[in-house]
Design a protein around this ligand. Sequence first.
Ligand code: ADP
Ligand code: ZN
Length: 300
Amino acid sequence: MSKALIAAIEAGGTKFNCSVGTGPGDLRSSARIPTTTPAETLRGVVAFFEQAVQEHGPFAAMGVGSFGPIDLRAGSSTYGFITTTPKPGWTNADLLGPLRERFGVPMGFDTDVNAAALGEHLWGAGQGMDSLVYITIGTGIGGGALVDGKLVHGMLHPEMGHLLVPLPATNAQHPLGTCPFHENCLEGYICGPAIEKRWGAPAGTFAEDHECWDEFASILASGLVNLITVLSPQRIILGGGVMHQAHLFPKIHREVLRQLNGYLQTDELLRHVAEYIVPPGLGDEAGILGALALGALAAK
Ligand code: ADP
Ligand code: ZN
């Protein structure tokens, strides 16, 4: 991994976090630019990095971890575009083009959650793990995966927020969730806004013993069991605003083991589950450091 100066962008639906630096502990300047129209947002991003070059010198590459869906297909005419997002103004928006044109450096580009998975692998809770899953539970739910040391792509890229999960046994009358596409996907049931819709108040306001958290753990565990059985990750990292509720971790551990029902007899699950499903080592910097890591790989 080079120690060159890298420009990093965590492109989100509400804000673009921008920074320049070389890695953890060395983010030299940062800005949060509100996500408005693509043109206005990218103008703000370009202005920040122009200023950063003045202050810190040129950067060797740029890494962008973005909300999606995005086009990651090498050679595609819309590579680097945001594609079918319902976010107004951003459907088929060229995110990478204007940045490449302005700065002319190698670009690393991936989903925000794949970026975070990479950052955690290099510097955070996934060090030494060649196969891991990173999931964020916030305004939406997204997941990235590293398998055999490589970020998982494919036809498009993973969309783990839309894993279909069973109705929780606690409530056969579960009202519809928040996903406009699916009645019973993970995001639709347990992203921050879904918790608020289901229980009538923001997720951060509920006491640790509120029944919403048992239901949350049960639904999330169903998604995790599916991921464990498909990818067999060596570690699962859970980030995002809702996972600031640290008391959820033991509940999730218990529920994953209960739903697996003894089928997988590994040390990770049976003896060390508290080190198997963990919070991000990079905390809320997983996204921006992940973007930086994408840039650093592109700089090689
Ligand atoms: P985003 O997903 O937009 O990047 P966050 O990861 O911060 O941002 O997620 C925001 C969501 O997380 C909101 O729905 C909010 O209600 C919820 N949230 C934020 N902090 C907490 C908390 N401490 N406990 C539970 N939910 C929280
Ligand atoms: Zn869905």
